[in-house]
Design a protein around this ligand. Structure first.
Ligand code: HEM
Length: 401
């Protein structure tokens, strides 16, 4: 069913509206001047803070905001009946005090040492993706390159067959982009992947190996094995959190370099800028927006929030706040002070940030080594994902010289 277009983002915002999907930053800038907390009656009622201060305040306030649901959709929270205190996908869906227990459990597999050990594999992976493109001068940066990198890494870490990549991407699409589907349809769409993850766990019970599924099967909380829904939810989370996010960040960085030849030429000439460039791409094109639910009626910054209202937690908007970042809407690949919020703020700060940064660095370096000169294909169309993870899904490029 066609939705009514948004006429005023201050009172009727929709993060799936085509204007927002194409370019949300002017909307954030306008709302920062006018509101700065927007509201909509869509999705059963939602709020949108757009300043860094308000986004940080919500992210740090677990007394009034719960992570029980983090993707805005049409269903009411109880339709999904997520079991407490675990929630649908621990630790991201858990609140204190259980959150800390579920998070601590996941720290060892994401420690810097573990991620460093994956760098060689990532380099080989990027080289083989580029080799497969041969001498082609028309290449899609999202379809032919960016999307494959995080899928392969998650598959390796979690212990999934890499050839099932399309299945994971379909799963992620249903969760992140299918937010307008009726609740029943959304649930039916989940069934194949639920069956897939259950079969994966059963196979690991029978055949333990050195991967994250076996790690979770062996893990204990206060001497007890994890509940099956905890193991299931964490695996589902890693598939969702690990794939679309990094794919989007790599794609948006390549899009920036295709549309800003001066930055591309500078990064090729000064590869030592790669680290600051990666942080700046993460700041300027932060792919992830999260959500919270209001726990009980209360007033936040003058807004009368009601129990079970959504709150869209826009880290992308926080990252463009001129109160915190000088020349916030400009991309400065040598920006020195850059305490951006792309990986979140507060207790749920991203567990995969070391992995994501390593993937971004390796992917961009390999791409620029192979293609120092490229631009958007003027005959093609760039498309961006809709929903809470934003990145290019079609990125047709022309390789020059
Ligand atoms: C550029 C890529 C990425 C970005 C921008 C990103 C962003 C985020 C953000 C904003 C949060 C906070 C969520 C909240 O406040 O509700 C988060 C949490 C999380 N991320 Fe990432 N993420 C990325 C890649 C990854 C990867 C590769 C993984 C692992 C495979 C991962 C795993 C997680 C997990 C497990 C959490 C939950 C942490 C908790 O609840 O304590 N992320 N991420």
């Amino acid at each position: 069913m066609e939705k009514a277009p948004v006429t005023d983002f201050a009172t009727d915002f929709d993060h799936t509206d085509p204007t927002w999907v194409a370019d949300p930053y002017p909307i954030f800038a306008d709302l920062r001047e006018r509101c700065p907390i927007a509201h909509t009656n869509r999705y059963g009622g939602a709020w949108l803070p757009v300043t860094h201060k308000d986004v940080a305040a919500v992210a740090n306030d677990t007394e009034h905001f719960t992570s029980r649901m983090i993707i805005v959709g049409n269903g009411r929270p109880d339709d999904y009946a997520p079991p407490r205190p675990i929630g649908v996908a621990p630790p991201i869906s858990s609140d204190p005090p259980f959150h800390q227990i579920a998070r601590r459990l996941m720290l060892p597999p994401f420690a810097p040492r573990k991620i460093e050990a994956l760098q060689g594999y990532t380099e080989e992976l990027c080289a083989s993706l580029l080799d497969a493109l041969g001498d082609r001068t028309d290449v899609d940066g999202a379809i032919d390159y960016a999307q494959h990198i995080p899928v392969a890494l998650i598959a390796k870490m979690v212990g999934l067959p890499p050839e099932d990549g399309d299945l994971f991407r379909g799963f992620v699409h249903t969760i992140l982009e299918g937010v307008d589907l009726p609740v029943e349809e959304r649930q039916v769409a989940f069934e194949p992947i639920e069956a897939y993850i259950i079969a994966l766990i059963e196979d690991h019970v029978a055949n333990p190996r050195d991967d994250l599924v076996t790690y979770l099967l062996d893990a204990e909380i206060e001497g007890n094995k994890l509940l099956p829904e905890h193991i299931f939810g964490t695996i589902a989370l890693l598939i969702v959190a690990g794939i679309d996010t990094t794919w989007s960040a790599i794609g948006a960085s390549i899009w920036h370099l295709a549309t800003h030849p001066e930055d591309r030429a500078r990064l090729v000439a000064e590869p030592e800028l790669l680290d600051t460039a990666v942080e700046e791409f993460l700041r300027a094109y932060a792919p992830v927006t999260m959500a919270r639910l209001v726990i009980d009626d209360f007033e936040f910054e003058g807004c009368p929030m009601k129990r079970d209202d959504w709150l869209l937690l826009s880290f992308p908007a926080a990252n463009r706040d001129p109160e915190v970042f000088e020349r916030a809407d400009e991309v400065l690949i040598d920006r020195q002070v850059n305490r951006h919020a792309a990986f979140g703020l507060g207790i749920h700060r991203c567990l995969g940030s070391n992995l994501a940064r390593m993937e971004l660095r390796v992917a961009l370096q390999a791409w620029l080594d192979r293609y120092p000169n490229f631009e958007l294909d003027p005959t093609g169309e760039v498309t961006w994902s809709q929903g809470q993870v934003r990145g290019p899904r079609q990125l047709p490029l022309r390789i020059v010289g």
